[in-house]
Structures are given as C-alpha cells and as structure tokens.
Write a protein that binds this ligand. Sequence first.
Ligand code: TRP
Length: 364
Amino acid sequence: MGSNIILTGDRPTGKLHVGHFVGSLRRRVELQNSGEFDKIFIMIADAQALTDNAENPGKVRDNIIEVALDYLSCGLDPAKSTLFIQSQIPELTELCFYYMNLVTVSRLQRNPTVKAEIQMRNFEASIPVGFFTYPISQAADITAFDATCVPVGEDQMPMLEQTQEIVHKFNSVYGETLVSPKILLPENKACLRLPGTDGKAKMSKSLGNCIYLSDTEADVKKKVMAMFTDPTHLQVSDPGHVEGNPVFIYLDAFCKDEYFAEYCPDYSCLQEMKDHYTRGGLGDVKVKKFLNNVLQETLNPIRTAREEWQKDIPGVYEILRKGSEVAEAAAANTLDRVKNAMKINYFSDEELIKSQSLKYNAEA
Ligand code: TRP
C-alpha cells in the first residue's frame, strides 16, 4: 500500500520547447532520479492530440518521435521511467467510456481549460465531441496507472480537479476503487507559464515565439537577441522594468548564481543584475547575451544527447513499444478492478452464475 506513482505526458503536436522544460520536464527528471517513486509513467498523448487534430493524423504521427527524442535527451531514462504511447493502451478508452456516465455536460462546459481551448481554436458551435470530453479521457489516463502524483503545468489544474471529482464519484457509487491524484506544479512562478520570446503570454508554435529544445546553438542565440524586452527601456541609461519582461522571466526560470562568475562577473546574483536594470545603465544587449549563455548551458547537454539518440531511431521506437506493453499491463489491472466494482465482470463472477441459476432452478 501507499505506492508513489507518477503519470504525466504531453500531446505530440510539435517538438517540445523550453516552456515545457521548465514547466514540467526538468521536474520529471529530478523526480525520476530522486528514487522516491515506485513507478513513473510518461505518456505521449497521441489520442488526446487527435481530439483537435482529427484531420491531421500525419502531424501527430510525425511528432511522436520528436517528443520521445526530447524526453530521452532531457534525461528521462527508460530504465527508470515507462515511456509509452496513449493510443496503444485500449484500456484507457474503455475506462473513459465508463467515466463518461459520471460527468455532466454542464460540468465539462465549466472546465476552464476546455473553455479557453475552445476559444483559442475558434471551435464555438463546432466542437468535436471527442475534444469536449478529453478531460474525462485524461482522468482515465491518470487513474489507469493509480497515479498519486501528476507533475504538469498550471494550465492542467482544471484537468486534475475534474479527475479528482470523477474518482470521488466513482468510489462513492461503486466502492473504493480508484486512487485520487495530486497535482505537482513548478516550484517557481516564472516556470508556471513561460511567455513567448515576443512577450505573449504563452509559447506556441503557431505564434512562432518558441525556443525549442532541439534548436541549434545559432537559432537559440538569434531568438534570444531578438527577444521582446521592456518597451519603455529605450536607452541604456533609462530605468527599466523587470516585471513582465520576458528576458528577466527566462532568467528567473533558468539562471543559477554560479553562471555569473563565468558569464557576467559584474554581478554575483540575478537580483543585483535586476537592480541595475531597474536603476538604469544596464543595456538589453548585455542581459540578452547573458541569457543566451545561460540557455546554452542548459540546452547544450540536451542537444548533444539528442544527437546520440537520433542515431538510433528504431531503438527509440522499441523503447516506446516496450513501454507501451508495460503500461498496458498496469492499465489492464485497473480496468479489471473497475469492472469488478461496476459488476460488469459476468464471466469471472461464479456467484452471479450460481444465483441466476438458482432463480430458475430452485434446489430440490
Ligand atoms: N493535457 C496534457 C497536455 O496538454 C497531456 C495529457 C494527456 C496529460 N493526458 C494526461 C498530462 C494525463 C498529465 C496527465 O499536454
């Protein structure tokens, strides 16, 4: 009893970017290496990606390997974590089907993430049913593995609440069966939602404001040097704002004090640099050059690892295949429990057959 189990994942709709890294990926690797978890499941959520990409299966298919390469190069280790593909676990759809009976349409309509995404995609009246119900499918993902801990970004909070409600409802209707998960959010505010390089609230492929984990060193530098900063900070001598300034938000997310000695010895910590910027007299270019060095320091080892993994693509697919096998066994176990609790276990319930038999054949 009392196992510590992690389940989390990402939709394969593009390569992963530094927002994913500080929002969740970096944490997962730390948790994996902490040794505090009995099992760790990391899922590539292709079925969920298809809920709003039904006409684009090629995009989802091609990005599975990209996400897997990003995972492995960040340090997720198949010897410690089970990496798998959602669509290969049919038990997840089956669980979802039964959970659907426990959730109302109006509850889904109130889910803030669904609401926001409907707006973002201009779905309005033409929301695919599968998309509308993906919070239920996400509850199936989480509960199938008896996850106790779900490390994700802040935007996934409503999904976790929805899952907890489904668990509560299921357990109260059918008896204690499912485990209620806890969300694990990033430790620092900058990591909750890293803005785009253009200063927009979110990094998104369609806005072209992402720094990808797989970007070359030159690409990263170019993107950093072109970053949006404080529009009121026109001259070096002008006082600047660090609040809401993406360059400083990125530093909050990535900078360690030890980087100053090597890359910017004028300061010993980020606060000193911020103070100087706020007073005036510190130019954007200098801050950006420092940020570039900080990012390269983080991304270089990931890039190098990616180059190695890229040499063995069949090996990466094999990791996912094996992981999917392990994941399916775990989900099948939960599905059995669920079916027993719901009393849809007709053929494995001898009592049922006996009692129905007695009804028609009263004993002599
Ligand atoms: N919704 C997540 C995302 O947008 C992906 C996901 C699917 C997920 N199922 C999950 C995350 C279960 C955590 C737990 O990236």
